[in-house]
Ligand binder design. Structure first.
Ligand code: GLN
Length: 205
């Protein structure tokens, strides 16, 4: 993937991707910090023009019904769908995973997502059992300490989706082409491996 198209070039020969963090609600600052630690340039995205100017997007944790309604009123829902349909890489954590799901269970009536990943995600699935917990996971071959907060899990995936992590028999991280999603919050642990995986993924696309 070629970065920085239409924008001032970064240091020649060493393209640094500019990754937006959807900043309608949720833990935006933590993602910005983790992305910069992983070698990317990160900036908040609130407006359609800001979305246009980034190479990729992180959709943070927060609350998916609030995020959906804010995305709708900021006129970002359709631009988000369009960019994802056109291949923009994106990473969604927790509420962001819900936003990237083609299908959701236990949403509020009428709840919409951006979609892109052929999966069914059950909202608040772990939350019904315990509000928050931590677990050591194998994430795509690396050990990761995962923090779950009223987290969703993935009920089912289509054949084009790779499962990157599970806890017990519950799927908690997936990838479909340029789209990555985790039920947990790697931005809260200071361990930047998941963000590094995303940045590396962009370089390989
Ligand atoms: N339960 C929240 C939702 O439905 C997600 C929680 C989170 O992002 N930590 O959006």
């Amino acid at each position: 993937m070629v970065f920085n198209q239409g924008k001032p070039p970064s240091t020649e020969g060493c393209a640094v991707p500019t990754i937006g963090v959807l900043a309608l609600q949720g833990d935006v600052r933590e993602h910005v910090r983790a992305l910069e630690a992983a070698g990317a340039t990160a900036r908040a995205v609130r407006r359609p023009a800001e979305l246009e100017a980034v190479d990729a997007l992180v959709i943070p944790g927060g609350e998916s019904t609030t995020m959906w309604k804010l995305a709708d009123s900021f006129e970002l829902l359709e631009p988000l769908r369009l960019r994802i349909k056109n291949g923009m890489p994106a990473y969604g954590s927790c509420a962001g995973m819900i936003m990237l799901a083609d299908r959701i269970e236990d949403g509020v009536p009428g709840q919409e997502t951006v979609g892109g990943i052929d999966m069914t995600v059950r909202r608040n699935a772990f939350g019904r059992q315990v509000d928050s917990f931590e677990a050591d996971l194998d994430f795509a071959g690396s050990p990761v300490r995962a923090v779950f907060i009223r987290a969703p899990w993935v009920e089912s995936v289509g054949s084009g989706v790779d499962v990157l992590a599970a806890t017990g028999d519950r799927i908690v991280a997936v990838r479909q082409g340029p789209l990555l999603a985790t039920s947990f919050h790697p931005e809260l642990t200071g361990d930047t491996r998941v963000h590094e995986y995303f940045v590396e993924m962009l370089r390989e696309l």
